[in-house]
Design a protein around this ligand. Structure first.
Ligand code: SAH
Length: 350
């Protein structure tokens, strides 16, 4: 059995390599190859000795080369690329690369599947299978770093907004973000990281206690208790008023503006009354609303609202001085909404 050294802290790597009789400074060199150059082939690590390469090849392996890319879809505009990855145990996850003016951003999954059972989401159709490991979360970034290497680019932002509920896999998710932040790896600024939650309050509080200026996004989707409970069963345990309070606490502690995601579903939460109620909840807060016209999930029978009702909703928020953006649709043609690619793959293989 080979030892997978991907995602280890530098001192852990030093300890392991020492067991194979390798010098301490080698770990630093290997670290640079793996995490700054995204080079996963030991034989290509040109400043190592041949004997060290032989030791590495005999005893070690790295996760990104073991992950199988089952499918790779690029949107028509070329700005979004989604991959379906097969993990070591045969489970599959989705990861998305997005190109923006400011650089590349990756949307990572935090769990295989999800237990939150949101009515509009395809990720949770079959529940949560397991948490992703810290290395599996980091590897989702490095799969793309390796692809971008040729053009001398790399991922500079991460959003934990793929499948899964990050607050229910707290240690691995935040462990991965802390790993990517290090100068020895990706030097990714915490301000370029966003964690999106359905509103698990203890997780928000724990995130605040970490003290990193990571952006917090809350999936809100309705400010009517019955409607939100219908859309997001988690509202029974953590109702949205207490979630907004916790998010407000986070904004005050970190100075970071909170994003509220609001999926617009025709006839469910897109009325002028909904827009007024949402404004009342968020007025005067360090927050903004990201409206997401729903990607229809055929399995769930939910519809995208008309452009007129989106425009009307935006107008009301703006009138009430609530900042709002409408999510730019990236990759609608490649099923970029959470879990839709994986769901169609799982269905095909049934
Ligand atoms: N569990 C976390 C993170 C994963 S879901 C959370 O709830 O925030 C991240 C986002 O995916 C959700 O806020 C939602 O905006 C989006 N999403 C899920 N299904 C969608 C769909 N059918 N159409 C549009 N967005 C969707």
């Amino acid at each position: 059995m080979k030892k997978d050294i991907f995602g280890l802290d530098l001192d852990e790597l030093q300890t392991i390599l020492a067991e194979f009789g390798m010098k301490k400074y080698r770990a630093k060199q290997i670290y640079q190859w793996l995490y700054q150059k995204s080079e996963f082939d030991f034989a290509a690590m040109t400043n190592l000795s041949n004997s060290d390469i032989a030791i590495l090849e005999e005893h070690c392996e790295v996760l990104p080369v073991k992950l199988k890319i089952l499918s790779e879809l690029t949107s028509a505009d070329g700005l979004t690329k989604k991959v379906l990855l097969e993990l070591g145990d045969g489970n599959t996850i989705e990861t998305v690369l997005m190109k923006f003016d400011y650089g590349y951003s990756v949307c990572v999954s935090s769990q295989v599947g999800c237990d939150m059972q949101c009515a509009f989401c395809a990720s949770g159709l079959e529940g949560c299978v397991r948490n992703l490991t810290k290395a599996e979360i980091i590897a989702q970034v490095y799969i793309f770093n390796a692809m971008l290497r040729e053009s001398d680019n790399r991922v500079s932002r991460i959003v934990v907004m793929g499948s899964g509920e990050p607050m229910l896999n707290f240690e691995n998710v935040f462990g991965a973000l802390e790993f990517l932040h290090q100068n020895e790896t990706s030097s990714m600024s915490y301000r370029n990281m966003t964690v999106s939650t359905c509103g698990i309050i203890p997780g928000i509080e724990r995130m605040e206690n970490l003290g990193h200026p990571i952006s917090l996004a809350i999936s809100l989707h309705s400010v009517k208790q019955e409607v939100r409970t219908e859309l997001m069963p988690v509202n029974k345990g953590y109702n949205f008023l207490s979630v907004i309070k916790a998010a407000d606490g986070y904004a005050n502690a970190t100075g970071r503006r909170v994003t509220y995601e609001y999926i617009m579903l025709q006839g469910v939460n897109d009325t002028p009354e909904d827009a007024e109620l949402l404004s009342n909840c968020l007025k005067h807060k360090n927050a903004y609303v990201n409206l997401i016209p729903a990607n229809p999930v055929p399995e769930k029978g939910l519809l995208r609202p008309t452009q007129a009702s989106i425009d009307r909703f935006v107008k009301i928020l703006l009138k009430n001085n609530v900042t709002v953006t409408v999510r730019k649709e990236m990759g609608k043609d490649i099923n970029a909404a959470c879990g839709q690619l994986r769901a169609s793959y799982t269905n095909k293989n049934k």
